[in-house]
Design a protein around this ligand. Structure first.
Ligand code: MTE
Ligand code: MO
Length: 246
């Protein structure tokens, strides 16, 4: 089966993280946390919460040694090989207003700005991206471990799946074990630079354990659930395999 893809180029509002803006965002964040509502948590609180206890099932997944996929050397990166593959136009996202929502069957739903996200530990990996159209590319991705965000959201014991919504209307769902694999990242860097918008900025999935179509670009919402949705994934709903493991 062939993907259809267009390569339209459009402009986005450039992010401007100057000092004033940074202080502004952190200020708003602290107030949100103080009010105890659904505001964005302050940066220190985010990082601090990573060591809080979890429910049994997620704890098992996170502390059980999950098999690591061997990574490549910097010299093996193929900067030209990653082909832009988008089923629609590149969406317009205002980085200053961007929020990543983590919700569903969780005790601590999250609403995070890119500043919040970039305050979490940065992980970098060099892996092979494999597209079912018959091409592959060795890419370096930098970002946060998805498991860290899932940990912060405090999923309830019955959670089995993560459902991803993207700004272009794309959607995906993953099993929890794959979503909490230590090499499953929400990336904001590609080959050592800021992630280009065509490749999914501000945030995209990157993982060596799943095929290319599982790696949602422009992720805006992650919903943790006990039931698999009737909508499994954009390509899956047209007959592609759901698990799509590598
Ligand atoms: N939101 C969104 N994510 C997406 C797609 C898409 O069309 N929209 N295409 C998928 C497919 S089929 C592939 S191979 C990769 C391509 O990533 P790239 O465009 O950064 O090379 O993104 C995946 N994630
Ligand atoms: Mo793909």
């Amino acid at each position: 089966m062939k993907h259809t893809h267009k390569k339209d180029i459009i402009h986005i509002v450039k992010p401007r993280f100057n000092r004033r803006k940074f202080l502004q965002i952190s200020g708003i964040s602290s107030i949100g946390l103080f009010l105890g509502g659904c505001g964005t948590p302050a940066l220190e609180d985010l990082v601090g919460k990573l060591s809080e206890p979890l429910n049994q099932k997620v704890e098992e997944l996170i502390f059980q040694p999950q098999k690591l996929v061997p990574e490549f050397a910097v010299s093996e990166i193929q900067p030209e090989a990653l082909i832009i593959n988008s089923f629609r136009n590149t969406p317009i996202i205002d980085i200053d207003k961007f929020r990543l929502i983590i919700d569903g069957e969780v005790n601590n739903p999250l609403n995070l700005s890119m500043t919040d996200i970039q305050a979490l530990p940065l992980t970098s990996m060099i892996i092979r991206h494999v597209c079912v159209e018959g091409w592959a590319a060795i890419v370096q991705w930098g970002g946060i471990r998805l498991r860290d965000l899932i940990t912060l959201a405090q999923p309830q014991a019955n959670v089995k799946y993560a459902f991803f919504e993207s700004a272009d209307g794309y959607y995906e769902s993953w099993d929890l074990a794959s979503a909490t694999h230590p090499q499953t990242l929400l990336a904001y860097q590609k080959n050592g630079e800021k992630l280009p918008v065509e490749n999914g900025a501000p945030l995209r999935l990157a993982s060596p354990i799943k095929l290319g179509y599982k790696q949602s670009k422009w992720v805006t919402r992650i919903t943790l659930t006990s039931q698999l949705s009737a909508f499994k994934g954009y390509w899956e709903d047209q007959g592609y395999e759901w698990f799509a493991g590598l």
